[in-house]
Design a protein around this ligand. Sequence first.
Ligand code: NAD
Length: 502
Amino acid sequence: MQVNVTNKPTALIILFGATGDLAKRKLFPSIYRLFQKKNIEKFAVIGVARRPLTNAEFQENVKDSVQTFADSHENVDDFVSHFSYHSHDVSSSESYIELKNIADKLDEQYDLNGNRIFYLAMAPEFFGTIAEQVKAQGLTDTTGYKRLVIEKPFGTSFESAQELNVQIRTAFSEDEIYRIDHYLGKEMVQNIEVIRFANAMFEPLWNNQYISNIQVTSSETLGVEERGRYYETSGALRDMVQNHLMQMVALLAMEPPIKLTDEEIRSEKARAFRSLRPMKKEDVEAFFVRGQYDEGTVSNSLLPAYRNEPSVDSESNTETYVAGKLLIDNFRWAGVPFYIRTGKRMDVKSTKIVVQFKDIPMNLYYSKEPEENVHPNLLVIHIQPEEGITLLLNAKKNGNQMQTKPVRLSFSNTSIDRMNTPEAYEKLLFDSMRGDATNFTHWDEVALSWKFVDIISEVWEHTKDETFPNYVAGSAGPKCADNLLEKDGHFWWPIENLEIDN
Ligand code: NAD
């Protein structure tokens, strides 16, 4: 269903998990920025969590979060006056009635037209219960819109995701469900579509005739930190590949939508997922490799191996690194590998996309010196921490001889527009209030990406990787990831050489 997108939304946000880390670091500062920019005027927030807190104590927490994580603090008292708190164990049905009474009162007080966002910043095991209870206790019987915003992870396999989906669908229809993949809120991820579809010089080349391969990298320098218990059941494949990396692949591979509506864009992305060559168990080894970090020294500090992190099994088989090759079997992409990689405790923190164009048919400027030789053209999309675009071209080297040198054309989004770049959560919250689901994942996308990833998980769960740990903390990852590309005559473009020239 096409929803009417409105620019001055009103909403009562019922935030489940309001004393958690996500609320404190991301959600309160994001709502504050929307308020500060006057993107939202009529709104109220009810924070729900187990801990007993008064409204005043909760407002103090929100104020503290804004002062710590937002750039400005003006009008913060006015801002926090929109916040109320309800202490409530979400698994007990009793206090939903009280929550409904508070919601109805605030709705009237702030003139919110019955518009409600149920934001679940909580562990997924509670999603089903909350959805069922808010419906059963009448919180969703409202005269305005009702929308459910949920955090990842959405299941741990196709089967568990489907089970969760059935539960939430008892209370919300698909077009009322906003599944967050916060990568889709990032400025440069949203820019992929514009770079492709608004530039005459790219779209005609965006196919297997001109593109040699595409590389998507998302590397972190942090280790598993305090999340060992969760990560042991997830690993990099479920934590990063099924959602963020595959979403970027879909945006790079999809066909142009006929219109820029959430329905059309998401249906093209789902079609890209459907064109993915399905994994077969016997092919997993040839297409996907995994790694786990060992201890290593970074800036004179010895960092522990994954197996020595808190709440991690000392013989853990969980991968902290994944690299893989995806093939898309359609006319546009037949034969073009999409390489993806992601890892923890890497040498650099970076998310980048490198589009490598094919070599020209004949090199007139051959030189034995690699530096002077013609390089493949690259389009680099810098997602984070840098935001921008770099185009690598060949130009004439100054002098009397006809030699070439690589030149870069760079656009740095962050340096030009730093103050105005909204944080991903700010944009996603605003979109959910406006009814624009474009940058949220549709169930079809979730289902298809889990089906793809499940085959790999199954194989990896049943085969212990005897090489683990196979990369040193602070390095560029395991050797097997390089071999994956070398087999095809390609190599990973080194991230450190691709930074934006400001
Ligand atoms: P957290 O553990 O810090 O907070 C959990 C919140 O849930 C707390 O407010 C707690 O009081 C509340 N809670 C737990 N059990 C409850 C119950 N029975 N009744 C009522 N309230 C209860 O978790 P978090 O880091 O804020 O993450 C929340 C969700 O967001 C998780 O699903 C997580 O995977 C996801 N997420 C978090 C981040 C992040 O940066 N923290 C990023 C992406 C996704």
